[in-house]
Design a protein around this ligand. Structure first.
Ligand code: 5GP
Ligand code: ZN
Length: 112
């Protein structure tokens, strides 16, 4: 399902023009508008899911994880990368269409 007035639905389904880093039948990746690292790409399912809690299809979850590996390779994140999924209020989620952040290109601060 695609949700009207969802910015990531519009980007992922070509309604808003955007250069994709990666695309399959189910998933797209594009660079973050406000990058927090030299490489900052978002991986988004084409179907609308508000959060990861709403995805029950193990195949789609696997496709999203495969996209993480592909994007890191395509972007040349040779020294490693960080993967983040902000979920709901405590997770700091701002866009309520599931997305995975891939951050790389500098040494990121330890979470601990
Ligand atoms: P969240 O906090 O929901 O995990 O992060 C949402 C991310 O989406 C933010 O890093 C923000 O910069 C990015 N973002 C919001 N709107 C747009 C947009 O229209 N285009 C792109 N490329 N990124 C966006
Ligand atoms: Zn959406």
């Amino acid at each position: 399902m695609i949700k009207e007035d969802c910015i990531f639905c519009k980007i992922a389904n070509g309604e808003i023009p955007c250069k994709f880093v990666y695309e399959t039948d189910d998933v797209v990746a594009f660079d973050d508008l406000n990058p927090q690292a030299p490489i900052h790409t978002l991986i988004v399912p084409k179907q609308h899911f508000e959060t990861i809690e709403d995805v029950n299809d193990p195949e789609l979850l696997a496709k999203l994880m495969l996209a993480v590996k592909e994007v890191a390779k395509i972007k040349g994140a040779k020294n490693g990368f960080r993967t983040v999924i902000n979920t709901k209020e405590d997770g700091g989620q701002e866009v309520f269409h599931l997305h995975i952040h891939v951050l790389a290109g500098r040494k990121l601060k330890s979470l601990g």
